[in-house]
Design a binder for this molecule. Structure first.
Ligand SMILES: [Zn+2]
Length: 248
């Protein structure tokens, strides 16, 4: 660990006028959530077809039990880790303006973050494909598959972005606006493979932000978007940064 680099990063964050964080699956891996891509990932075990909107809509009996297994039985047990906690603490201290996340696991909010732009939605909400009513997953009865709307009988879908769906408009607009305002952008646990999410740090960089990447390995951002790369897992790096941010 390069101590001087950590001191420099802490100083950049403390002096920032508008610091934002952009997070991806890597930040939740330390909470026990497997990544979607790569080795031991969700898509190495399950067929991504189940998250294609048309497939889900036409074969809910087949898709819903798998969706339940991945996103509710399993994700439901995950708890925020140090990286989520330090970001929440930074926001509370006025050091961080927002988190743009690609994750749908609600862990930023559980850690206490208030301004979270959910680029891909959130699994904690369900939406009826018929009447568009939204309910909390906590209020849904997952024992009857597929899940149907109590109001109209329509098919319920997790309120996160399926393949073939567009990004929620407001989250997209809010994320772009943050990227345009930011003078420091922290990338954490994102490999930059998923579009259009990967455009957000690019936009920040184009608008003059200093881009700090926290990833265990080089990503698609490293060469052209990142200014400073702190190599390591998000939780470990944030644990090392925390005293430099708060105790100095
Ligand atoms: Zn309905």
């Amino acid at each position: 660990m390069d101590k001087d680099l950590f001191i420099e990063v802490a100083s950049l964050i403390r002096k920032a006028r508008y610091c934002m964080a952009f997070t991806g699956a890597g930040i939740s891996v330390e909470s026990g959530i497997p990544p979607f891509r790569g080795e031991n990932s969700i898509w190495s075990r399950y067929d991504p077809h189940i998250l294609e909107l048309d497939y889900f809509r036409t074969r809910p009996e087949e898709s819903w039990p798998v969706v339940r297994e991945i996103f509710y039985d399993f994700f439901g047990k995950a708890k925020p880790n140090k990286a989520h906690q330090v970001l929440a603490r930074m926001e509370a201290a006025g050091m961080l303006k927002c988190v743009v996340t690609q994750n749908i696991d609600n862990l930023h909010q559980e850690a206490g973050s208030k301004v979270v732009y959910e680029f891909h939605g959130n699994a904690q909400k369900l939406i009826c494909l018929g009447c568009k009513d939204r309910i909390s997953a906590a209020d849904a009865d997952f024992s009857v598959m597929p899940l149907r709307c109590k109001k109209c009988g329509g098919l319920m879908k997790p309120d996160f972005v399926f393949f073939g769906e567009s990004i929620p408009e407001k989250a997209y607009a809010d994320s772009l606006e943050a990227a345009r305002k930011a003078d420091v952008c922290l990338i954490m646990g994102s490999t930059g493979e998923v579009m259009p999410a990967a455009l957000i740090p690019q936009e920040a960089r184009r608008n003059g932000a200093v881009v700090i990447e926290i990833n265990p390995e080089d990503s698609l951002f490293t060469r052209d978007v990142t200014h400073i790369h702190l190599t390591g897992k998000a939780g470990e790096v944030m644990a090392a940064l925390e005293p430099l941010l708060f105790d100095a």
